[in-house]
Design a protein around this ligand. Sequence first.
Ligand SMILES: [Zn+2]
Ligand SMILES: [Zn+2]
Length: 285
Amino acid sequence: MALKANNFYLYEAWDRAPVSIPPRSRLFHLEPIGIGTAHTEGCTSYIARLAAEHHVSAGSLFTHELAPASKKSYLLPSNSKSIKSVLSTSFYPATPSLNGLGSTARDWVEILGRLTLQRDLRFLTMLRWQNVLTDRSLSRSVRAWCPRCLQDQIRSGGPIYEHLLWALSTVHVCPVHETRLEDRCHCCEKQVRPLADRSRPGYCSRCDSWLGNASQKKKETSVDLRYELWIANQMGKLIAAAPTVVTDPPKRRVSEFVPNCINKITNGNGNTFAQLVDVNFSCAT
Ligand SMILES: [Zn+2]
Ligand SMILES: [Zn+2]
């Protein structure tokens, strides 16, 4: 605004100091869902949602953005005319490990973080527990889901996403609905990889059907189901606790934990403890 004084107009001075502009992310700064809860989103779900935000398929996003950013030579197209997605070719066997705790999860979390400038993406994997859990068979090789959870998401108008918990091969039931997870599309009856070219959270990557149509199974009350619910709840607690643990628990926590259990539960008798937990004596000690 100009002020008039003594026949002169006085204009406010420009502040010519450089404006501080926060760094811009190459890809959309997509917020991950549910961190700090048992319903944390899985890394594969995050990639599929990120692709949807960019209006491209998961295969395109992976092939044309994530793979080049990884600088991994085996993922780069051998010639510029190559149209095949790396998700359906060279990276196909590794897709389950994206949700796990090994080098695959570590590498791609770093790449995704670099491209989206989201800092907490490692909590979409099991990386927090890399020193105390084994990567062997931790991640399910095919996609699994709870139709009722998906239906709840769509009913509440919330974003559709898939839980990290569903990606763990030890988890077979949904702790919320106490029903078994499904891993076969009710429409095409196929199983699919956790991340495929046409992956969209909540939809079959083969036939595009909505996966939230629950089959009308009655609630199970068997002992097995109770045990599986216990496992699902424990794994959910681990996933929820990951951001609150300051550092990755070291290996010695396990080596200290087992002798403590033997001392407390069976008065130091390793043989009795091994029988109690149904493992070989040498495993327990
Ligand atoms: Zn559920
Ligand atoms: Zn299908």
